[in-house]
Ligand binder design. Structure first.
Ligand SMILES: Nc1ncnc2c1ncn2[C@@H]1O[C@H](COP(=O)(O)OP(=O)(O)O)[C@@H](O)[C@H]1O
Ligand SMILES: [Mg+2]
Length: 293
């Protein structure tokens, strides 16, 4: 259990005790904030909070998040957080920099009603039973779940970002993109040979099911990035193991979305046949990628 419980208990007490915004002047947070301010220049902007108003900054970088970012900076996992790549309802994703190059930092919002609907992906997964359902902890578990799912997929050679570290609601992973920016989503581009990509993606779903014993559970052209002619699957926080009572339902939904996508590209692929391939076709065993375990 201890690897699941890397919380800061004193922090929760502080959060309850303090009035909103007063915390930044509290000496230990002031010191911490001074220390990480340089690393946050990019998102603070020249005129501070330029990219977004103060309210949204506070929503993303609440004190618990700043503490987590600070710790990841001390560990050398993040040097600077540069600019937002994507701003979603559940998470912001940032381009960040380390000694070794760029990384993506996904910061989950801890004050979001969306998470109330997420319990169904965690209840029933034996790896996460017995933990508190408190909201903040749920978010933290979600992040560790995304990290572990990435590791498991990388172990079996699947093209997902290499997980680097996570702490609380902050996930650090390989950046999918180049100097010009983050890679586009499959949704945003037209590709030359969609059927080949369909085959590749169906194989992903099959290996994920048969070998990793996981279902992505939000497989769609929104969660596939396109880099150097290859699809990269992202956003695996909601992925569940095959033991999950709804795993087959999620699998069918994933395959349905994939088949709908290829059929919108002018093909006429059969759903039942695709599903049968995922379940029964022998899958190749791919060499592990770095970061898998
Ligand atoms: N590793 C990454 N490298 C580059 N861009 C990323 C990465 N992960 C996510 N993104 C970008 O951030 C967006 C949101 O990330 P995602 O994991 O799908 O979170 P959400 O739960 O908000 O959908 C993606 O659509 C993609 O544009
Ligand atoms: Mg997504």
């Amino acid at each position: 259990m201890s690897d699941e419980m890397d919380d800061f208990p004193e922090l929760d007490a502080l959060m309850r005790a303090e009035k909103k915004h007063d915390w930044m002047s509290e000496p230990r947070f002031k010191r911490m904030f001074d220390e990480i301010e340089d690393g946050l220049q990019g998102v603070l902007g020249k005129g501070r909070y330029e990219w977004v108003d103060r309210r949204v900054f506070d929503q993303v970088f609440d004190r618990s998040t700043l503490l987590a970012v600070h710790k990841l900076m001390q560990k050398g996992k993040i040097e600077t957080i540069d600019y937002p790549i994507a701003r979603g309802k559940e998470a912001h994703v940032f381009h960040a920099t380390t000694n070794h190059g760029p990384v993506a930092v996904k910061i989950f919002h801890t004050t979001n009603a969306v998470f109330k609907g997420l319990a169904k992906y965690i209840d029933g997964d034996p790896r996460f039973s017995g933990l508190s359902r408190r909201h903040r902890e749920l978010v933290n578990i979600w992040v560790r779940k995304e990290l572990r799912n990435l590791k498991r997929m990388r172990k079996h050679g699947l093209r997902v970002p290499e997980p680097i570290d996570s702490l609380k609601n902050v996930l650090v992973m390989e950046y999918i993109g180049d100097d010009r920016g983050a890679s586009p989503r499959l949704k945003d581009i037209t590709i030359d040979k969609p059927y080949e990509v369909f085959e590749d993606l169906l194989e992903f779903v099959a290996i994920n099911w048969q070998t990793c014993e996981l279902v992505h559970a939000d497989f769609s052209e929104y969660n596939i990035l396109w880099l150097d002619g290859e699809p990269w699957i992202i956003d695996v926080g909601q992925s569940v193991t095959r033991q999950h009572p709804s795993s087959e339902e999620f699998l069918i939904r994933d395959v349905t979305r994939l088949v709908d996508w290829i059929n919108r590209q002018g093909h006429s692929v059969d759903l039942a046949e695709s599903l049968a391939r995922v379940l029964d076709d022998p899958v190749p065993s791919l060499p592990s990628l770095s970061g898998g375990d």
